[in-house]
Design a protein around this ligand. Structure first.
Ligand SMILES: Cc1ncc(COP(=O)(O)O)c(C=O)c1O
Length: 385
């Protein structure tokens, strides 16, 4: 692995006291939560430790975040957002929940595309909104696609007020094309819905794929859209608590401004995010190269050890969506992998009923640990390998 990423040595990883490393006992290898095992980028460590060295942990000021994000977007996403429209938020889900609460009627329907990031379901529920499913279409090769007809039908329901799109998509790893996004925009425009786009995985579009930021489209629908992104996935700093919200209109920007107190990011998070976006691109490139290698390595390992598992390499990020239905482990193979193999992956059903019999694993680690993860999964399903 690139020296910038460290070695992912297990004894050092077990010193970490995060959710990933505290949820299960030490004999379990965790690969469930979307965290990376790589060392942090040095500029992020410096920015945070310099702030601590002067003994300051006050309320956050947006500081250089707008310029840092706009510069990153221009270099890497071919998009030039206005830095003054970049709004610091504590994290993506808080931003989404706050905007949903602000702009949609209580009890109204919000459309999502399952299988999709589990908190989409329960955060919308906590906000008192009804989840309306427009499931992704599963193609013969096991990959997934947006289903414009399902989306059109869902948005046509009387009480539907908004659509929450995941782009790139977690867990299926798709990077939606410009044409697909324009189709989405046309459908939303026809239904005069509000669109929220979760682009948290955008910095991790892998070689061969190009993420298209929704607000970079030349479409009137951008006026009724909000985009949420973050350095937290790309640079592995979710614990620093800083995300980014950008509204496509002045009214949307005013709505975010008014809610500044509910959306206050963490000071260290802003500093870490600026350091990530502006000074840590070599680190990001090392991660992208490693993830590219890892997604291919996982294909080879599964073909050898668990050939009946369906896996399509993701186009972005580090999550593998595994069809384990042929393993004979029932509707929740993740529970069997944990019990019998001592490896923790996410239960597919957490991403919607479409995920029964599937599991999601995080492969942002060393090839050696990916080997160990697959060996443990294989040990849990010895009879049907
Ligand atoms: C699609 C998606 N949205 C949001 C989040 C959570 O982000 P945050 O911690 O900024 O709320 C994740 C985390 O994995 C995610 O995959």
């Amino acid at each position: 692995m690139d020296a910038l990423l460290g070695t992912c040595a297990l004894p050092a990883l077990r010193q970490r006291k995060s959710l990933k490393w505290r949820t299960f006992p030490d004999d379990v290898l965790p690969a469930f939560v979307a965290e990376m095992d790589f060392d942090l980028a040095e500029p992020i460590i410096s920015a945070v430790t310099e702030a601590l060295a002067i003994g300051y942990c006050g309320y956050a000021h947006k500081g250089a975040l707008g310029e840092a994000f706009a510069d990153f977007a221009q270099k890497r996403l071919r998009w030039s957002p206005d830095p003054s429209r970049v709004f610091a938020i504590p994290d993506v889900m808080t931003g989404i929940a706050e905007v949903i609460t602000a702009i949609t009627p209580p009890g109204s329907g919000i459309v999502i595309n399952p299988p999709v990031y589990a908190p989409f379901f329960f955060r919308l529920g906590f906000a008192g909104r009804r989840v309306v499913e427009a499931p992704l279409r599963r193609l013969d090769d096991g990959s997934y696609d947006l289903d414009p007809q399902a989306l059109d039908r869902a948005l046509g329901q009387d009480d539907v007020s908004a659509y929450l799109l995941c782009s790139p998509h977690n867990p299926v790893g798709r990077v939606w094309s410009r044409d697909q996004l324009l189709t989405v925009a046309d459908i939303c425009q026809r239904h005069r819905t509000v669109l929220l786009v979760d682009e948290i995985h955008a910095p991790l579009a892998l070689p061969g794929a190009r993420h298209v930021p929704f607000l970079s489209l030349d479409h009137e629908m951008t006026e009724r859209s909000f985009v949420f992104t973050s350095a937290s996935k790309g640079w592995n700093i979710p614990g620093l608590k800083c995300g980014i919200a950008i509204a496509g209109s002045d009214q949307g920007t005013a709505l975010l401004d008014e809610r500044w107190e509910a959306l206050l990011a963490a000071h260290l998070g802003v500093l870490g995010s600026v350091a990530a976006l502006s000074e840590s691109l070599p680190w990001l490139d090392a991660v992208l190269a490693q993830l590219d290698e890892n997604r291919r390595y996982l294909s080879r390992l599964l073909a050898e050890r668990l050939p009946s598992v369906g896996y399509v390499q993701p186009e972005a990020s580090f999550l593998a969506w595994l069809d384990c239905r042929q393993l004979g482990l029932g509707g929740n193979p993740a529970a069997e992998f944990l019990d019998r193999g001592r490896v923790a992956v996410c239960a597919g059903a957490d991403f919607g009923t479409q995920g029964r019999g599937f599991a999601r694993l995080s492969m942002a680690t060393s090839p050696a640990l990916i080997g160990e993860i697959v060996a443990r999964m294989a040990a849990a399903a010895p009879a049907v390998r």
